[in-house]
Design a protein around this ligand. Structure first.
Ligand code: R5P
Length: 315
């Protein structure tokens, strides 16, 4: 089995390949002077992609990641279906189709937030992007997707995988929290699974988002006096959610507050802002970030194995 990656998820691809004991082949990527992307599968990788199923690891964030993902899938499908015609007539021009076996693994699925139509005429972005990608692969793996329900009807098997087990192990070893807090109702399942695995107390806050930079939490008594608390969320963007939750915890006597997530977007100086409120920030490397402390490879590997099983492919 082969793992390939382009320019935006190389570390995750390497971690996945390492978890599965498979080869990792980085593809050739570059940009034309007008910024458009270029993808090429190196000659030495072509045979590997035809001999075995392949996992393409790529993020759909930022926007250029969507294009790169499509170009990689297109190039991989051409190779596997034997469409190798090229103007320089290098190598065989056509070969037999080797059949199904292209799995797309997306560590951070950009556009996951718009998963509902709030006003008539809005694009349901999460569904639009996923359906487009599903036309070019045989199965998909999505890590800690914000709200999986919107992708329940895709035309290919999808594994919704999570790095929460690895996040729990990491927190237990480095922070040893007494209490896990979900900063909103949306993160309850994820955060409570971490609390259960660690064997510590759990609670959640109710959050109202006023705008992208302003959130408020409903006041709630939390039994955190003298305790070490970790706030667990799927993603941290501006850091506003975590900072407000940390304020609530400190005001109720928490002595240590840490923030942990799968996806560290950390927009606009978020890490510096966060470190004024919390003692530590912990993330996976689903997106390249300065707090990549938790391996996302094992979670992607679980998802790939699930999809392989559903497709009837052998590892
Ligand atoms: C939203 O419900 C998500 O789970 C996160 O809580 C949110 O995206 C974090 O954003 P920010 O860091 O900008 O508050």
């Amino acid at each position: 089995m082969v793992v390939v990656s382009g320019s935006n998820a190389t570390t995750m691809a390497a971690e996945l390949a390492n978890s599965l004991g498979w080869e990792h082949h980085p593809l050739e990527t570059r940009r034309f002077p007008d910024t458009e992307g270029y993808i090429r599968i190196p000659t030495e990788t072509i045979d590997a992609l035809r001999n075995e199923p392949v996992v393409v690891v790529s993020n759909t964030f930022p926007d250029s990641g969507i294009v790169e993902t499509l170009l990689m899938l297109d190039a991989v499908q051409d190779v596997r279906q034997g469409r190798l015609q090229n103007l320089r007539e290098i190598g065989p021009q056509t070969l037999p189709d080797v059949g199904k076996g292209v799995i797309l693994a997306i560590p951070y699925f950009g556009y996951s937030r718009q998963d509902k139509r709030f006003k008539p005429g809005e694009s349901i972005s999460a569904r639009a992007i996923a359906e487009m990608l599903a036309t070019r692969c045989d199965g998909m793996v999505l890590l800690d997707l914000h709200a999986p329900a919107v992708l329940s009807q895709l035309s290919v098997p999808v594994a919704f995988t999570t790095a929460m087990p690895e996040l729990a192990v990491h927190l237990k070893q480095t922070v040893s929290p007494d209490f896990i807090l979900s900063p909103d109702k949306g993160a309850i399942d994820r955060a409570s699974s971490v609390a259960q695995q660690i064997g510590c107390e759990f609670s959640y806050l109710e959050k109202t988002r006023i705008d992208a930079h302003t959130i408020v939490h409903k006041a709630k008594d939390l039994d955190v006096a003298g305790k070490s608390v970790a706030i667990v969320d799927d993603m941290i963007a501006t850091g506003g959610t975590i900072c407000r939750a940390a304020e609530a915890l400190r005001s109720q006597g928490a002595v240590q507050v840490h923030a942990a997530c799968s996806h560290g977007l950390f927009t606009g100086g978020a890490i510096a802002r966060l470190l004024r409120y919390v003692d530590g920030v912990h993330a996976t490397g689903s997106l390249p970030n300065a707090r990549d402390l938790i391996s996302g490879g094992p979670a992607l590997a679980r998802g790939v194995n699930q999809v392989m099983g559903e497709l009837g492919l052998d590892a």
